[in-house]
Design a protein. Structure first.
Length: 284
């Protein structure tokens, strides 16, 4: 009888465990289908907004009923910006699909570090002025003048981090600091030579601690709901982290809600091979 009782108790425990697992699984399924629904709604919105501007404004330009030159230029500029937004979105989707297929091409060229501040200033000074946010690029005296890495990818990562910094900052400042990383970082990344540490710090809305890792996953946003305040697809940071990994570096975040965020990009100053086509699929 005792044996039967123990057997029944064990069965009851097993059943309870199976029931819990099933409930867990169904919760996850519901969550992922909600993510999918939100993502599709958000992506459609991201496509429709610039397309609508293009269609409406180009129609107005075609009809051109008594517009003056300034108005024509203004409308044409909005059409141009909307086109550029669409192209960026499509490029992000293409990059992500290449990453997932393990078909990203990484080149190695000589990148002049001293040219980076000017490039970033010319791109983001107008954004800073429009938002009334201060923008500074500081370079330490000891950074290597030239590094060998993929200059295009490096620029793409920095542009993405800066676009986010400005997007999520309404007042205060965005500061880029180009420095040499502490030696421990070079060791961690198995680099012989110096490692560049480029930080992008903002005084924006910040990121809750429990979201600071998932934002690097594709389609993940702190607020991914359809009635969110900020637009976007949640692709930028996952592409940044993957490009950083392919350049042999690391991308980290430190942030506090209401105070701001600092993204630090570590990039080795030398890459081993001249040119390589990476065919390994990205790790899960
Ligand atoms: P997107 O900006 O298109 O949403 P990203 O992958 O670039 O996609 O960013 C993912 C999410 O990380 C953003 O939606 C936002 O919630 C958060 N995030 C990224 N950068 C910042 C930042 N500088 N300040 C606050 N939140 C940020």
């Amino acid at each position: 009888l005792e044996e039967q009782k123990q057997f029944a108790e064990q069965r009851a425990r097993d059943l309870k465990k199976a029931k819990d697992e099933l409930e867990d699984y169904s919760r996850q399924l519901q969550l992922s289908s909600q993510y999918k629904t939100d993502f599709l709604a958000n992506m459609s919105h991201e496509l429709r907004t610039p397309l609508n501007s293009i269609l409406i404004l180009s129609q107005m330009l075609m009809e051109n009923g008594g517009m003056d030159q300034d108005e024509i230029e203004e409308y044409a500029r909005v059409v141009n910006t909307a086109g550029a937004d669409l192209l960026r979105l499509i490029d992000d989707i293409l990059d992500l699909s290449k990453i997932e297929a393990g078909k990203i091409e990484i080149l190695t060229d000589e990148v002049n570090v001293t040219e980076l501040p000017q490039m970033l200033k010319s791109l983001f000074d107008p954004v800073a002025a429009k938002k009334n946010v201060m923008f500074e690029v500081l370079t330490d005296a000891n950074v290597p003048l030239v590094i060998s890495t993929d200059g295009q990818r490096l620029q793409q990562i920095l542009k993405n981090l800066l676009s986010n910094a400005f997007k999520f900052t309404e007042q205060g400042s965005v500061t880029v600091h180009i420095a040499v990383s502490p030696p421990e970082k070079a060791e961690q990344l198995h680099c012989g030579g110096p490692v560049l540490a480029i930080s992008v710090a903002d005084t924006g809305i910040g990121i809750p601690h429990d979201k600071q890792q998932i934002i690097f996953e594709a389609f993940q946003q702190v607020d991914g709901t359809t009635n969110r305040q900020y637009g976007g697809t949640g692709l930028g940071l996952s592409i940044c982290r993957e490009f950083t990994r392919l350049l042999g570096g690391a991308l980290e975040v430190d942030s506090e809600v209401g105070k701001g965020s600092t993204f630090t990009l570590y990039i080795p100053s030398t890459r081993e091979s001249e040119h390589e086509l990476l065919t390994d699929p990205a790790p899960e």
